[in-house]
Structure formats: C-alpha cells, structure tokens
Design a binder for this molecule. Structure first.
Ligand code: FES
Length: 103
C-alpha cells in the first residue's frame, strides 16, 4: 500500500483534526496532545457524518452528530451510540510532512 503525503504537520493544531480526501476515500487526520499524528476513516460508523467537525479530547474524537466517541489511536468505539470500531491507517512523519498508508 502506498504512503501518500496528506498534509504538513503545521496544518493541524495539537488536539485537533482535519479532513483529508484521497481519491474516493475520506479520512480524518489527528494531531494528539502529545505530538503524535493518527489517521482514521473520515465518517462515523453510526451514521454517515464526517468526523472533521467533531471534538478532539485527549485521545478521543467525539462525533459532532450524536456525541459518540472513538479512541482515534485504535479506532475503538468508546461511547454510545457508536458500537462499531472506526478503521485506522498507519501514519508516519518525515521532514514535516504527514504520510498516510492508503489501502
Ligand atoms: S453519527 Fe456519529 S454518533 Fe451518531
């Protein structure tokens, strides 16, 4: 699977996320409070809502629609109504760029 440059590390504030679209796929890319970067599928597993307008709290992303939560490091569903885990993707940072391994 190829590594695709998604954004600069400066494009995402700490404890925030952005939407990133690649081809027909959409992702959410996170900058955690401890300085790490993560990527998940962009859409909530509960309904078809993008997580980019959600709230990052520590290592959790809270969905903007019904406030379900996932751990964006693992994709694990953490608070109802979400019960299906979120897909995650490998991320690496090189020379100030965030790369996502895209399927
Ligand atoms: S759409 Fe995300 S919790 Fe309902």
């Amino acid at each position: 699977m190829p590594w695709i440059s998604a954004c600069s590390t400066d494009d995402i504030d700490a404890e925030d996320l952005i939407r990133w679209d690649h081809g027909a796929q959409t992702f959410a890319i996170y900058h955690s409070p401890d300085g790490q970067f993560y990527a998940t599928a962009g859409r909530c597993t509960h309904e078809d809502v993008h997580l980019c307008d959600g709230l990052v709290m520590g290592h959790l992303i809270e969905c903007p629609k019904h406030n379900g939560q996932f751990d964006y490091r693992t994709g694990e569903a953490k608070r109802a109504p979400v019960c299906v885990n979120l897909r995650t993707f490998p991320v690496k940072v090189e020379a100030g760029q965030v790369y996502v391994e895209v399927p």
